[in-house]
Design a protein around this ligand. Structure first.
Ligand code: MN
Length: 257
């Protein structure tokens, strides 16, 4: 008989505060043993998220400033830096090079750089990073400003090239994968390149859509099934590997699960 695997699953990128009833979602995650990194999109939202999650052993609030919001909220960058001194968990931060957000790209770079520097200065930080159409710049800034023994970077919904993925892995990055990434051949080929010891799971709920429906944190098991098919391994073995990876990532931020 194989040893019993952990029943815990992990959602490393979920927008808990964008649900109509965050406390109800938090309770649901606790009942289902889903450990959640609750990312936020503005530094001003962090205090409320911390209030909701402070007594939860499963749901953990991170402080962030989403690159898509930098255009209208650039002035919150100093608040973000301040709060990174209080929060070991950081996200969502990063860069978005899509046409819609490109006009603020230099400001996005300034916010992302300052956040990385703050995280690295304090150390024991875990960071969830957005890199849509900006993988090269995101990876270059991580390379420049982060020491992997001080900050654990998780590239969320990574969609760069396979070569970029391998380089980011060499820099110590983890990759949190969601179900929507498996919708295309390109996405599946990219996910296959993730080293075993760097893969994590996420939902990006409530944004990710699969078969016309929002993905929910309670669906991580389904994602693990699909990933196990892709990697031609047993779901229980993959779940165990992700459990080890998740515990390693959190423990580097001083958080023992
Ligand atoms: Mn997100």
């Amino acid at each position: 008989m194989k040893q019993t695997h952990s029943t815990h699953v992990y959602d490393f990128h979920c927008h808990v505060d964008l649900y109509p009833d965050p406390p109800a979602l938090i309770k649901e995650c606790e009942r289902q043993f889903v450990t959640v990194l609750a990312v936020t999109t503005t530094p001003r939202a962090w205090a409320q998220n911390l209030e909701w999650t402070k007594d939860s052993a499963f749901v953990h609030a991170a402080v962030g400033l989403h690159p898509e919001l930098v255009g209208e909220r650039f002035e919150e960058v100093s608040l973000l830096e301040d709060l990174i001194s209080q929060s070991r968990l950081v996200g969502e931060i990063g860069l978005d090079g899509s046409p819609k957000h490109r006009s603020h790209f230099n400001r996005q770079k300034e916010v992302f750089t300052r956040a990385l520097i703050a995280a690295n200065r304090h150390g024991e930080r875990l960071v969830s990073i957005h890199s849509r159409r900006a993988a090269a710049d995101v990876i270059a800034l991580i390379d420049q400003h982060i020491r992997p023994e001080r900050v654990t970077c998780i590239l969320h919904w990574f969609s760069g090239s396979q070569a970029q993925l391998r380089f980011a892995a060499k820099l110590g990055c983890y990759f949190s994968v969601n179900e929507a990434m498996l919708n295309s051949d390109r996405g599946r080929a990219l996910v296959k390149e993730i080293p075993n010891d760097r893969i994590l799971t996420e939902t990006d709920a409530p944004f990710a859509i699969v078969n016309g429906k929002q993905v929910h944190p309670s669906s991580i098991d389904k994602l693990i099934q699909k990933l196990a098919d892709l990697y031609r391994t047993q779901p229980a073995d993959l779940r165990h590997q992700i459990d080890l990876n998740a515990k390693a990532a959190f423990s580097k931020a001083g958080i023992l699960l």
